[in-house]
Design a protein around this ligand. Structure first.
Ligand code: F6P
Length: 346
């Protein structure tokens, strides 16, 4: 009987997911494995909902965004008998291994299941770029290019109207997209979750910058924090199965900050929430290639029967690290990186 491997894509989608699926499927089929693609992340594993992948199904998917398998934020550990059901289905389908492509939540579940005796491999995915033990996740490069482009557009209209524009960027706990998108897109100020700010102090700096430049563009991560404003924002947000505040469901920092800055500076201020535009559309060349390399590496680990690992990018090389290390932390923006960005504030 052919060996069988399952793949799932979980959490928020990220451009490059299809490149990973293709990267996994080719080498495994070439080595006589059967590849099952579970639908909608862990939900598909819990409900035994899958399709058999073929070369015909995946041969050109790496150029498209989203994921052909679909995704969800299902948490196995929040479902009644979740772990037992996953184990039962894994056995019933005669799986030799499961490859989980996801961010810290999906990989956290993958790690815990690997300690339950399942053969699991992780692939780091997220536009947020905050997975531990890898230099980059795929999806991030596409997202920062989107942010850069939209910020370029926002500069012209903001300057034309001599306004202040607050641009809200994705990133609940890590500010990587805001930092890179903000630097590339020429934001006059960049606010990230790792570096709490004070709105009164910021208002003063914006007045000064406005005087000098005639307008101001501020990139703010959705999780950026002035404790005075934060309570109000979180209070209005719902939580997902992993306990994260769904910031879209409340009044986001972008709108709140725009109003607070207008009140303090007297300048005409607008807010734009870039939202899911940052995640949609086709992947950049970098993400297509990184996704492909990650997928192939994950397949190679299966062929060598090396389980309990996450594939990772270290410098220019694809390596593997333990799932435990990968799932142990979120990777935050360092002080040093923020200090470099601050040189250009104003
Ligand atoms: O996990 C990536 C991410 O894009 C975060 O930056 C953002 O906060 C979140 O997903 C949005 O999630 P959803 O798609 O569930 O609204």
């Amino acid at each position: 009987m052919a060996k069988r491997v399952g793949i799932l894509t979980g959490g928020g989608d990220a451009p490059g997911l299809n490149a990973v699926i293709r990267g996994i499927t080719y080498p495994l089929i070439q080595n006589n494995y059967e590849v099952l693609g579970f639908h909608l992340g862990w939900k598909g594993v819990l409900e035994n909902d899958y399709e058999t992948l073929t070369i015909k199904k995946v041969f050109d998917i790496h150029r498209a965004g989203g994921t052909i398998l679909g995704s969800s934020r299902t948490n196995v550990y929040k479902r009644e008998n979740g772990v037992a059901i996953v184990k039962k289905n894994y056995k019933k389908l005669n799986l030799d291994a499961l490859i989980a492509v996801g961010g810290d939540d999906t990989l956290g579940v993958a790690y815990k299941l690997s300690t339950e005796g399942l053969n699991v491999i992780g692939v780091p995915k997220t536009i947020d770029n905050d997975v531990n033990a890898t230099d980059y996740t795929f999806g991030f490069d596409t997202a920062i290019n989107r942010v850069m482009e939209m910020m370029d557009w926002l500069h012209t209209t903001t300057k034309a109207h001599r306004r202040v524009m607050v641009v809200e960027v994705m990133g609940r706990t890590a500010g990587w997209i805001t930092l890179h998108g903000g630097i590339a897109g020429g934001a006059h100020f960049i606010l990230i979750p790792e570096e709490p700010f004070d709105v009164d102090e910021l208002a003063g700096k914006i007045k000064k910058a406005y005087k000098q430049n005639g307008y101001a563009v501020i990139a703010v991560a959705e999780g950026a924090d002035d404790p005075k404003l934060r309570a109000h924002i979180l209070h209005s947000a719902e939580k997902d199965e992993f306990g994260h505040s769904q910031l879209w469901s409340g009044i986001g920092i972008g709108k709140v900050l725009a109003k607070e800055l207008r009140d303090r500076t007297g300048l005409e201020t607008r807010a734009v929430v870039l939202g899911h535009l940052q995640r949609g559309g086709s992947p950049s060349a970098f993400d297509r290639v990184l996704g492909t390399r990650f997928g192939v590496k994950a397949a190679q680990l299966v062929l060598k029967e090396k389980y309990g690992y996450m594939v990772s990018l270290s410098g220019a090389s694809i390596k593997n690290v333990s799932l435990k290390e990968a799932a142990s932390n979120v990777r935050h923006v360092t002080k040093e990186r923020y200090t470099t960005a601050k040189i250009f504030f104003g």
